[in-house]
Every structure is written in C-alpha cells, then in structure tokens.
Design a protein around this ligand. Structure first.
Ligand SMILES: [Zn+2]
Length: 133
C-alpha cells in the first residue's frame, strides 16, 4: 500500500491501525492519558485498545499511522528471559534504551511449560504476532 501526503488528513490527526491490503482503517485512537488518568493511553495504545483482541497474524498485514513519533517510555527494560521469544530488544537498544536480560532459568521453564500447555497452544502465537504453521 502506497502512503501519500493526500492521506495525511484522514490518517494523521490521530493514531490509526490500517489494514494494508485494503486500506481499511480497523481502529482509531487518540491520546487519552489525561482524560482517562492513564499512563498507557498514548494515541497508538488507544488505537490498539479500541481494536480489541484479534487473531494471530492480523498485525502482520497492518500498519500503525500516528500523528507523532511513538514514545520511548522508559530508559531501562529488564526482562526475565528471552529463550522463548525475542521481541524488539535490538530496536530498543538502537534507541538508547538499556535492555538487561536476567536469563532466569525458572522463568524460561515456566514460560516454555505454559506455551506447551493447553492455553499457551491456543494463544501464544497470537501473543507474539506469529502465524501458526
Ligand atoms: Zn506517546
């Protein structure tokens, strides 16, 4: 999907989640930190909340449009382990965020057991944005 300046008035006065193959706006949001007394309802997070739960793989076909550059909210992120999943650690580091991995084997086992269990098998790929093979 080509994004043109002419689309800015529609998409860029808020955060919007757009389905790339069709151009359909799936959800919109705007900063509501003050209105909702919330630390997380930045525009893009509000759009995600308004979208609700979606099936695995949906986000791979979507783009987030925002008025402003997304916020880096913390200078330090500490994670218990990353053997089960590696997310955006390198991206965070590239933006100056310190990422500390505690490599805790108890948590690695707890998560791998949960992923292999009945609930994890149903929702893990959805959680990490992967599509079941
Ligand atoms: Zn923000």
């Amino acid at each position: 999907m080509a994004v043109t300046k002419e689309q800015y008035p529609e998409f860029m006065k808020m955060a919007a989640i757009v389905h790339l193959p069709t151009g359909k706006v799936l959800a919109k949001g705007h900063n509501q930190r003050v209105q909702l007394n919330s630390n997380i309802r930045h525009g893009e997070m509000d759009a995600l909340e308004n979208l609700g739960r979606v099936n695995e793989g949906v986000f791979r076909e979507c783009a987030m449009f925002t008025t402003l550059s997304p916020c880096i909210m913390f200078p330090l992120v500490v994670l218990a382990e990353n053997e089960n999943f590696v997310g955006g650690e390198d991206l965070l580091r590239s933006k100056g965020v310190e990422v500390v991995n505690l490599q805790n084997p108890e948590i690695t086992k707890m998560m791998s057991d949960w992923i292999a269990g009945p609930v994890g098998q149903k929702v893990w790929n959805e959680d990490i944005g992967e599509v079941t093979a």
